[in-house]
Design a protein around this ligand. Structure first.
Ligand SMILES: [Zn+2]
Length: 435
């Protein structure tokens, strides 16, 4: 299908600028042309979108999350990470069925689409159901079966992972990519990681892993191995492969050097790290060392939103405060972290996360008619500092509409909301605060 968006303001995500009035043509899932001023003549075969009062942006790329944890949103709050996981989250997750995980993923995708995300990353269980739900919804995703190496089933899960990768890598017209996903150094001891590394040597997919999320993780790692989590992963051989390290909050200077030298990419989750009281990743230092960093929400249980507009504003503000330097993470840098740097973080193809000819037609339109977008001094500034996920009106992935005029096109909202509420009725009752 051929489309023309005309009379539209846009930010292409590549240049540190914006266009006040322009157009974009896309066809068969790919951007054909984008430019300033009046659109070229297009025949009746083009579907037209009037972009008046709209800002066109690349779709957002969420580099870390656990989609089905949307079912745990608000179930356990205001607890430190280890108590939160052990006492609350894992017991509730133990009763989730594959069908529940599919419903949770659909709930998460609705929220992500409604707030401008076109690509998401997932590390969870029942990944075949997650992949099928993603293909049906039309999103782009990087998916990995979460691996925990602490019990007898851990090698079975690794075999399950291999099957999953063989079946789903590049499924859905190439929109699905797969990873190996060992959960974290503290849940995947060195002996188990050796098995994961062996699989990585045979199967050329990236790995995603939580790294140094809390100070406790670092203290425990030093006590057990006399190595930081980063050093222990380096020693395991994992860093010889393509790695997406989620969090990387507590790093020594040596850790940062190891990440940079080994070209490890980082998924930065400022909202989740703040909510769990984990700390603030040394983002300015990572960027100074040339580490590729993308933005993530993490799961809805620890955020509690999957709205990258929130992370976008947060990342731009937080590090200015930490560094006491207003020049740190400017609007352009923040936006790129939510778009093209996010694509790089996930080792996805060139062009994704930008609006340039030849790139996949993954984009969003936001309504800029409201007061927070006036006066129009700088639309790039407004997109980062003034915007809101609720302003998103249209979302396309690979040239297909997933949201049109704020209406979901591929997911049945009413049905999914009902099913989500039904699915959580079996969670341990003592944790529910309803009266
Ligand atoms: Zn996570």
């Amino acid at each position: 299908m051929k489309w023309l968006i005309e009379n539209v303001a846009y930010i292409d995500g590549l240049h540190q600028t914006y266009v006040e009035k322009g157009y974009m043509l896309f066809n068969a899932g790919t951007i054909e042309q984008i430019g300033v001023g009046m659109a070229p003549h297009c025949d009746a075969s083009y579907e037209r979108i009037n972009g008046e009062n709209r800002l066109l942006l690349p779709g957002f790329i969420n580099t870390h999350g656990h989609a089905a944890m949307s079912l745990l949103r608000g179930y356990a709050d205001d607890l430190p990470l280890h108590a939160w996981l052990n006492d609350m989250i894992w017991p509730a997750e133990a009763v989730l069925t594959p069908k529940d995980i599919e419903i949770g993923t659909q709930l998460a995708m609705m929220e992500m689409i409604e707030t401008g995300t076109t690509t998401f990353t997932d590390m969870y269980a029942s990944m075949d159901r997650v992949a099928e739900a993603t293909i049906e919804a039309g999103m782009r995703a990087v998916l990995g079966r979460g691996l925990i190496g602490l019990d007898d089933s851990s090698l079975d899960k690794l075999r399950e992972t291999e099957m999953f990768i063989q079946t789903y890598d590049r499924a859905g017209d190439g929109r699905i990519r797969t990873t190996l996903a060992p959960h974290a150094p503290y849940t995947c001891p060195p002996d188990y990681l050796k098995h994961v590394v062996k699989v990585a040597e045979r199967i050329d997919v990236p790995l995603q892993i939580h790294i140094a999320e809390t100070a406790k993780e670092v203290t425990d790692s030093l006590a057990a191995y006399n190595l930081t989590p980063v050093e222990s992963l380096y020693k395991s051989g994992l860093f010889e492969h393509r790695v997406i390290g989620a969090h990387c909050v507590h790093l020594t200077d040596h850790d940062i050097e190891l990440l940079a030298q080994n070209h490890i990419h980082v998924a930065h989750n400022p909202g989740s790290n703040l909510k769990l009281g984990s700390g603030i990743a040394p983002l300015a230092k990572l960027l100074q060392h040339g580490v590729v960093v993308g933005l993530g929400t993490d799961g809805a249980a620890s955020n509690n939103k999957l709205d990258l507009y929130e992370e976008l504003r947060l990342v731009a503000l937080l590090h200015k405060g930490v560094e006491q330097d207003a020049t740190v993470i400017d609007a352009h840098t923040a936006l790129r972290m939510a778009t093209s740097e996010g694509a790089k973080t996930l080792f996805l193809e060139d062009g994704l996360g930008t609006l340039i000819p030849g790139a996949p037609a993954d984009f969003q339109l936001i309504d800029i008619s409201g007061p927070r977008y006036y006066p129009r001094h700088n639309l790039l500034s407004h997109a980062v500092y003034s915007s809101h996920g609720g302003d998103v009106t249209d979302v396309f992935v690979a040239g297909k509409a997933l949201l049109r005029n704020r209406q979901l096109q591929t997911l049945d909202k009413e049905k999914i909301l009902y099913e989500a509420e039904e699915a959580v009725k079996k969670f341990p009752v003592h944790q529910r605060l309803k009266v």
